[in-house]
Design a protein around this ligand. Structure first.
Ligand code: MRU
Length: 349
């Protein structure tokens, strides 16, 4: 399943972790389980293989799993699956991870093309990929001015190029600030238990030459109290109609800390993460993963055998704790319900 080449480009070229190989009819994924130790690319030939990769976190991050799913269905369609069979597979794929709404959104979007044949499904999937990267760059341009000069910015999980089609949401805002000449530095929560911060955020920022320091998840409060953090920027897996934000477990605690210390708490997410069907955070399904992922790290058990562990993979930050939501359609501020409704009304730029 692994392939040696790096189809996303050589080091320093923009990182694009989800691509489609038309010659092989394969979805190419940079395997995020192997980073930072190895840059291993997977070649997946069906939506079932993509669903397995999504569940196993070989590809993760809300926009990235949407793009991967769309390409997986394109691979099925180009291998001759008919519309009825594609619809069945689409339903399975959309359920692979429940919190990130971009997955169901992308599956729904390509599903509308099932009757038109494989090339049409692939064209739609490719459009989703291209639009996501463009949205990230636009969010960067809109969000970068919110960061004070030389800000020390805390981020959680990985909301970077690896979590999107490219460039990133929260890390896109940071990248754009750096590109505009603002010498920001980054503090990355390690983000237990999958270590998206320590492994992925640190890897992709180091690759781009952006200064990054890793923290364990419990350190942020103390550093805020000491005046060593100027702003918090995170991504999102789903934003409800009222502006409540689901993101990686631990985000809510950071928002409470940021409010206590009067620091800006910024959320960057493409419009595809805004779920107009979900009224508030209470209605967002929160993925529960196996406690074994908490107690066994890198094959090593870190808790006594027989002791159970909880793993809600996401939490919900109430809109009241959010300073601004950055989307490619613009900046939303409180009252978020009205701001998001106006953006929905306005449509894409
Ligand atoms: O479990 P993960 O790694 O898929 O969780 C990802 C996050 O929580 C990200 O912050 C979110 O998807 C935003 S990605 C631009």
């Amino acid at each position: 399943m692994s392939a040696p080449a790096n189809p996303g480009g050589a080091a320093r070229e923009p990182l694009r972790p989800v691509l489609y190989d038309v010659r092989e009819d394969a979805v190419r994924l940079l395997d995020q389980r192997a980073l930072p130790g190895a840059e291993r690319w997977l070649a997946l030939r069906s939506s079932a293989e993509v669903a397995d990769a999504i569940r196993a976190l070989a590809v993760r991050g809300a926009p990235a799993i949407g793009v991967a799913a769309a390409f997986g269905l394109a691979a099925d369609a180009r291998r001759g699956a008919g519309a009825a069979e594609l619809s069945r597979r689409a339903e399975l794929l959309a359920r692979a991870r429940p919190t990130a709404v971009n997955l169901a959104w992308a599956v729904r979007r390509v599903s509308r093309r099932f009757g038109e044949g494989g090339d049409a499904v692939l064209a739609e999937a490719q459009a989703i990929r291209d639009e996501d990267e463009a949205a990230c760059r636009r969010m960067g341009a809109l969000g970068a001015p919110l960061l004070p000069r030389g800000a020390r910015v805390l981020t959680h999980c990985n909301a970077g190029a690896l979590a999107t089609a490219g460039y990133g949401t929260a890390l896109g805002v940071i990248r754009a600030a750096v590109e505009a000449g603002n010498p920001v530095t980054v503090l990355a929560d390690e983000t237990r238990p999958f270590f998206q911060g320590a492994r992925l955020t640190a890897w992709e920022l180091q690759r781009d030459g952006i200064p990054v320091t890793v923290l364990t998840d419990g350190m942020a409060g103390w550093l805020m109290a000491r005046g060593e953090i100027d702003a918090v920027v995170v991504g999102a897996d789903r934003i409800a109609r009222n502006g409540d934000v689901a993101n990686k477990i631990g985000t809510y605690a950071l928002a409470v800390l940021a409010a206590h210390h009067r620091l800006p708490f910024l959320v960057a997410a493409p419009w595809s993460t805004v779920d107009r069907e979900t009224p508030d955070g209470g209605a967002i399904p929160i993925e529960e993963r196996s406690g074994d992922e908490v107690t066994v790290i890198g094959g090593q058990r870190v808790a006594p055998p027989g002791v159970p562990a909880r793993y809600p993979a996401f939490d919900v930050t109430p809109a009241a704790l959010v300073t601004a939501i950055v989307t490619e359609r613009g900046l939303a501020r409180a009252p978020f319900g009205a701001a998001l409704a106006a953006m929905a009304e306005r449509g894409p730029a």
